[in-house]
Design a protein around this ligand. Structure first.
Ligand SMILES: NC(=O)C1=CN([C@@H]2O[C@H](COP(=O)(O)OP(=O)(O)OC[C@H]3O[C@@H](n4cnc5c(N)ncnc54)[C@H](O)[C@@H]3O)[C@@H](O)[C@H]2O)[C@@H](O)CC1
Ligand SMILES: Nc1ncnc2c1ncn2[C@@H]1O[C@H](COP(=O)(O)OP(=O)(O)O)[C@@H](O)[C@H]1O
Ligand SMILES: [K+]
Length: 504
């Protein structure tokens, strides 16, 4: 699904109004109804509600929400912040329509700030996507005050003060919302970890913006839903055989980290690879043969570290490399040999990333158009460098993708896939239970398994990342976030694939 910028969202609003022949206040009414519907489900009418309204249409939404909640027997108060002379037309219309029984207060300066009852709910309708400069002055005072209180804050469309699609200047105040209810589509800002404290838990409510407009709009930003990836899954043919589903090689594991090879191998097999060979230090031979009997195992001549490549490289159609390898000199030179001699698609993770990062010579050997890197943020920093903020990091990622004609899977909550065409796809599955050793190894195996089966590199990344997160989400039901292990993720991969196959 596409992500729209603030400017594109404004265009989508205008297009919808024209296409449907409705007024802007009607669209506002629709948006406010959608918000109020969510709010009523979440908070019972026994709660007192304070709606803080800014001067634009976000404030206008707040006024309509106040009216609707009043009709539903909530005890509502409206606090209009700033100068109403400058308010938008739709704000003014809705201020007039606010029932007299709803108390209104104006906060024009710091002196007008009010104390809130402990249990009261706050609705933040100060600014939405129309924010065009950092929030200062009386608005900032209100935001700072609300952030100090323990009251639950629900933001309409955006946490006020946060820029929708670019870095918010440091001097601007930003609401720390518990919930953000976004209209029609999520915003790019929601997917960045630096904004977690502002956005809180976000939900999207549909307001019927023009599908035609959205489908025609050009963007390089996407978020991945089940529908986006389900159609990528290829059905198996009745007379198919294992040779059709590829032969993957995993170069993983080191002394004390043979488990990484086991986890990657299990992920690869569950992703449906036809044949799998794992080359690991000889100390890992028995472990692998026992833990993953489905995989063929090649024992490296070195007991503890990867020190050589298999003899017949041609039989493999993809190589996953990195988990558990360590960065010993012998392993470094083996990676060098791999980059110099192999023409396979490579899925490069963990220590293979660390090794490549530390050597300009190795970087220079990277072949174009056949690489997937799967760094976590620290590995990313080693590979691509330190970035000032999450937006810069995405920019740096895309530059790297273009320079090496490769894909980068930047792991984390909402893992971001960067493509050589300059696109970014934010994943929507996964949970903090995955923050445990070995889950990344499983992902390397899964993506390698999909590439083996002739999915394009982009398809393998999108599917792999989505299913990996979905498996972890399914595991939540039985093991929860705290107890989740990487094995739980791999154990739920079959269920994740079955679930995705049901999506039409
Ligand atoms: N345009 C439409 O038809 C719809 C808009 N909707 C709502 O409208 C919002 C966007 O409305 P607007 O474009 O009016 O923008 P906002 O309400 O987000 O804010 C813009 C207003 O605030 C002022 N402003 C911006 N930054 C400021 C700052 N730092 N300090 C002080 N004032 C500042 C602007 O001059 C303008 O008056 C959306 O987020 C959504 O909540 C929804 O009602 C759906 C329909
Ligand atoms: N808080 C989180 N929410 C969602 N996914 C997460 C979270 N923390 C980690 N993950 C996922 O778990 C995996 C961790 O990978 P990585 O850091 O490489 O682990 P390891 O090296 O131990 O295998 C990644 O796929 C990442 O996206
Ligand atoms: K808001």
């Amino acid at each position: 699904m596409k992500l729209l910028t603030a400017a594109q969202t404004r265009e989508a609003d205008a297009f919808t109004i024209q296409e449907e022949g409705i007024s802007s206040t009607e669209l506002m009414e629709r948006a406010a109804k959608a918000f109020a519907g969510w709010f009523e489900n979440k908070f019972p009418p026994s709660e007192e509600v304070f709606v803080f309204c800014g001067p634009g249409n976000n404030g206008g939404d707040g006024l309509v929400v106040a009216r609707l909640l009043h009709q539903r027997h909530y005890k509502v108060q409206v606090l209009v912040v700033g100068d109403t002379q400058k308010a938008s037309a739709d704000f003014k219309v809705n201020l007039e329509q606010l029932p007299k029984e709803v108390p209104q207060n104006h906060i024009k300066s710091e002196a007008d700030l009010v104390r809130l009852p402990e249990k009261a709910c706050v609705i933040d309708a100060l600014f939405g996507t129309g924010l065009n400069r950092p929030v200062t002055g009386v608005y900032a005072k209100v935001i700072e005050q609300l952030n100090q209180y323990d009251n639950t804050i629900t933001s309409i469309d955006m946490p006020s003060g946060l820029y929708t699609d670019s870095q918010t200047p440091a001097e601007g105040a930003i609401i720390k919302a518990d919930y953000t209810i976004s209209f029609q589509l999520p915003k790019q800002a929601f997917f960045l970890s630096q904004h977690e404290v502002y956005v809180g838990e976000w939900h999207v409510v549909p307001i019927g913006l023009s599908e035609q407009f959205i489908s025609q709009t050009q963007t390089n930003l996407f978020f991945t839903t089940a529908k986006d990836v389900a159609h990528l899954l290829k059905p198996r043919k009745k007379f198919s055989h294992k040779g059709i589903y590829g032969h993957a090689l995993l170069l993983c594991g080191g002394f004390g980290k043979i488990g990484a090879a086991v986890l990657a191998a299990r992920g690869c097999l569950r992703a449906g690879v036809g044949l799998l060979t794992v080359q690991a230090p000889s100390a890992g031979y028995t472990v692998l043969q026992t833990a993953v009997p489905e995989a063929m195992t090649l024992a490296d001549k070195h007991r503890k570290h990867l020190s050589e490549l298999p003899q017949e490289m041609d039989k493999f159609n993809v190589i996953g490399v990195g988990p558990g390898l360590g960065t010993e000199r012998v392993t470094k030179s083996t990676i060098g040999q791999l980059l110099a001699t192999s023409s396979h698609p490579l899925v490069i993770d963990a220590d293979a990333i660390n090794i490549i990062s530390s050597s300009e010579k190795l970087k220079a050997q990277l072949k174009r158009n056949q690489l997937i890197f799967t760094p976590h943020p620290k590995e990313f920093e080693r590979l691509i460098g330190k970035s000032n903020n999450d937006y810069d990091r995405l920019k740096d990622m895309l530059e790297f993708c273009q320079e090496y004609d490769c894909y980068v899977v930047l792991k984390g909550n909402n893992t971001a896939l960067g493509t050589p065409d300059g696109e970014i796809y934010f994943n929507t599955t996964g949970n903090p239970g995955m923050a445990t050793g070995g889950t990344g190894d499983v992902l390397t195996g899964i993506i390698t398994g999909f590439v083996a089966q002739n999915y394009t590199l982009k398809e393998a990344c999108l599917l792999g990342v989505y299913l990996h997160g979905l498996a972890a989400d399914l595991a939540l039901n039985t093991v929860g976030e705290v107890s989740m292990t990487a094995s739980d993720v791999v154990d739920h991969l079959p269920q994740a694939i079955l679930q995705l196959q049901q999506v039409t």
